[in-house]
Design a protein around this ligand. Structure first.
Ligand code: ADP
Ligand code: MG
Length: 258
């Protein structure tokens, strides 16, 4: 069964249609990559999938349960507010299923590395502090960052910050992880350590939706790739299918990375 299913997702910003009816799904253990030019709506789609934004219409299911469903409406109805369409109970349950990793890490600068990782465990999941610390330290060890536990984010390299952000997401034991350009704020020499970590998550069967400009990485790691442009999915398929596609827009896009 799909962990995440999105159907017919549409979104406008100030009258402009940014998403024109997107369908996607991600099953257990599956890696779905989303590629496409900047401005095509990839981040907006992830923000809608992770409840940071409401779609104007469409359906979102987690573990087969409808979290959001809204029919296409007239402009005047849409203005009624963003609360329309959400199933509050299912939305709350689904929040425990996913983690989100941003381009810019979003670590709290005034908290230590360990505090950043354990804060959601303590404040969101209401775990005991000793449990949270044990778990946080185990994750830091896995990241090879045990010695950074008491340091503040500013003293870390970009790659280390991103690994801490991933550890923070993993601490909540999500069933699916979303990445929005996880390496695009990193110097090239620091990209590898983050990609290596994402590879290891794939080996552990973590379901992931990854927006990335790392084409070689997307090709290697993805079970399925979506190519988006101007709010639409223009092509989708396996890595082989996408990278051998005759679609001119896609060929042109991929050509920019050769
Ligand atoms: P991508 O991640 O593919 O680069 P985005 O989803 O960030 O694309 O943006 C798609 C389009 O939506 C862009 O034209 C962007 O300017 C616009 N957009 C995104 N968020 C907002 C917002 N909150 N308000 C208005 N326009 C937005
Ligand atoms: Mg983006």
């Amino acid at each position: 069964m799909a962990i995440l299913e999105m159907k017919g997702i549409k979104k406008r910003f100030s009258g402009e249609e940014i998403l024109k009816g997107i369908d996607l799904s991600c099953k257990e253990g599956e890696v779905l990559s989303i590629i496409g030019p900047s401005g095509s709506g990839k981040s907006t789609l992830l923000r809608i999938a992770t409840f940071l934004e409401s779609a104007d219409s469409g359906t979102i299911l987690y573990d087969g349960k409808t979290v959001f469903q809204r029919e296409a409406q007239s402009e005047s109805l849409r203005k009624e507010g963003d609360s329309i369409g959400w199933d509050t109970a299912n939305r709350q349950q689904a929040k425990a299923l996913f983690g989100l990793v941003f381009q810019n890490f979003n670590l709290f600068p005034h908290w230590t590395v360990l505090e950043n990782i354990i804060a959601p465990l303590i404040h969101v999941q209401k775990k005991e502090k000793t449990y949270a610390v044990e778990k946080g330290m185990a994750l830091l060890e896995r990241m090879g960052l045990s010695d950074k536990a008491g340091q503040y984010p500013y003293s870390l390299s970009g790659g280390q910050k991103q690994r801490v952000a991933i550890a923070r997401a993993l601490a909540l034991e999500p069933k699916i992880l979303f990445f929005d350009e996880p390496t695009s704020a990193l110097d090239p020499e620091l990209t590898g350590e983050v990609l290596e970590l994402i590879r290891s998550l794939k080996n552990e069967q973590m379901a992931m939706v990854i927006v990335t400009h790392e084409m070689g990485f997307a090709r290697e790691i993805s079970d399925k790739i979506l190519f988006m442009a101007e709010g639409e999915v223009l092509c989708q398929g396996t890595s082989e299918e996408l990278f051998n596609s005759e679609n001119l827009r896609l060929k042109n896009f991929l050509g920019n990375f050769r």
